[in-house]
Write a protein that binds this ligand. Structure first.
Ligand SMILES: [Mg+2]
Length: 111
């Protein structure tokens, strides 16, 4: 197996994460298709939810099952968010800023 050339610098920007994911997909020869990536994101969100549930006080884990790692599942979700953004040529930083400006104009009430 060839040594990886992947490197994520210290204090990466969102763009650095997106670039890393782009290079990672290429280096590993992963298939990158819009719908397929969305399916994988959904899988990883499910794993994150499961990990949170299994690590919540008062939660339960069936025999043969293990507690998930919330930290690692968050990283998986971030990888697929970056990948989907890359496919669509979207800057996640720009998207975040734009959406938050919209959200700031909204009013929020507790039910
Ligand atoms: Mg996972």
């Amino acid at each position: 197996m060839a040594e990886s050339k992947l490197f994520l610098k210290e204090n990466p920007t969102m763009a650095d994460f997106q670039q890393y994911v782009k290079e990672m997909k290429a280096e590993r020869g992963f298939r990158v298709e819009p719908i397929y990536e969305c399916c994988l994101l959904a899988e990883e969100v499910g794993e994150l939810i499961s990990a949170v549930r299994k690590n919540t006080k008062g939660g339960s884990i069936g025999s043969g099952s293990v507690a998930g790692n919330v930290k690692l599942e968050l990283a998986d979700v971030l990888i697929y968010l970056c990948s989907i953004a890359n496919i669509h040529g979207i800057s996640l930083e720009e998207a975040f800023r734009e959406k938050e400006e919209i959200n700031k104009q909204r009013t929020w009430k507790r039910l």
